[in-house]
Design a protein around this ligand. Structure first.
Ligand SMILES: [Zn+2]
Ligand SMILES: [Zn+2]
Length: 358
């Protein structure tokens, strides 16, 4: 409820000035379009009022078209620009891709999905408080201010104008501030959830009468851990690799464009769209690659989680049929693991987890 109100306030904030205040003709307006619509999409999607990903796309997409068409109204001094629409949709699609990549993944064993449910529940608990929204907003603005000043001062260069640099720096700094604040806040929320034994579904403290009908319940942290350093490294390499591939592709196009005339024309046409638009296209491509990499890493995690206790996650040694030990370790490499003690209410938990879907 609070989230919905905050969304509406933020939505009004991001939407109205853009309609009335004309952005300078050659400013970073494509990047701003991209950011504004990415933000609106994220807020609307997590608030749940727009339903699933497809309906959010249709709704925010419709808003983007409406926004652009209403600029034709005489007196506003603005005109319909199809490139703005492209930027809007770039932002919407990247935002939806990230939400899909970070959303609940229903694969993997019970304890693994419980971990994800706990993560989501603590986020919901965090965002249920208006004060926390304020904290997040402050962290975002602070990051944006620092990033904007930093790139505006240190990032002076002959190709990209200073205003665009400030906007890019502010965007990067703002996202960094937001993520840092969200992560530390989520940890506090997790502590609070564990202290008060809150239901992962309805977030009521344990034993609350309302919770008896919600089918959820509190579940504590798992003592099982997946070694994730290698997955993170693979993901980082993938991201760097694809950024370099994109850059290399541009270079190749530039050098080859003199050979074939159609290529040269295409490059010149693309260049004519403006650096600002090109940066927006790069942001869209890299945003999609990033979301894909995150999605793949999470899939990997759940596949690895499914092998937990069956084989050693460090050396791959078969752990089945080992004699019972008080502190089981892999006989090959000595990696500790938690033996499957046979959870009695697996069926009940699976049922409650289906209710817990958000
Ligand atoms: Zn409950
Ligand atoms: Zn081992």
């Amino acid at each position: 409820m609070v989230a919905v109100i905050s969304v509406l306030v933020l939505f009004a904030g991001t939407h109205y000035p853009k309609l009335s205040i004309g952005t300078p003709g050659d400013g970073p307006d494509k990047i701003l379009h991209f950011l504004a619509f990415a933000t609106v999409t994220v807020l609307l999607r997590i608030s749940g009022i727009t339903g699933g990903a497809a309906s959010t796309l249709v709704l925010v997409g419709g808003l983007a078209i409406l926004d652009e068409v209403t600029q034709e109204i005489p007196g506003l001094g603005r005109s319909f620009d199809p490139l703005d629409l492209v930027a809007d949709f770039g932002g919407i699609i990247v935002a939806l891709a990230w939400i899909a990549a970070l959303g609940p993944d229903r694969s993997g064993p019970d304890w693994f999905r419980t971990g994800q449910d706990r993560r989501i529940a603590s986020l919901v608990l965090l965002l249920a408080s208006p004060v926390n929204w304020l904290h997040l907003a402050i962290a975002t603005s602070l990051g944006a201010m620092l990033g904007g000043v930093f790139l505006g001062v240190a990032g002076r260069n002959p190709i990209v104008g200073p205003v665009t640099m400030v906007v890019v720096g502010a965007a990067a700094g703002g996202i960094a501030g937001l993520v840092a604040c969200l992560e530390s806040g989520r940890r506090h929320a997790t502590d609070r959830m564990d202290r008060e034994q809150r239901c992962l579904n309805c977030l009521e403290p344990n034993g609350c009468p309302r919770c008896e009908t919600c089918g959820g319940g509190y579940r504590g942290p798992s003592d099982r851990h997946i070694p994730s350093r290698r997955i993170a490294m693979v993901a980082t390499l993938w991201t760097i690799g694809s950024a370099m591939l994109l850059f290399g592709g541009y270079l190749l196009l530039m050098t080859r464009s003199s050979d074939r005339s159609w290529m040269g024309t295409a490059v010149r046409r693309y260049d004519a769209l403006g650096l600002n638009f090109e940066m927006m296209v790069d942001a869209t491509l890299l945003g999609l690659v990033g979301a894909f990499v995150v999605h793949r890493s999470r899939r990997r995690m759940s596949r690895i989680a499914a092998r937990y206790g069956i084989e050693c996650l460090r050396c791959g040694h078969d752990l089945q049929g080992l004699p019972e030990q008080p502190e089981p370790r892999c006989p090959e490499c000595g990696e500790a693991f938690v033996a499957d003690s046979g959870v009695p209410d697996v069926a009940a938990r699976r049922e409650s987890e289906e209710h817990g879907e958000r």
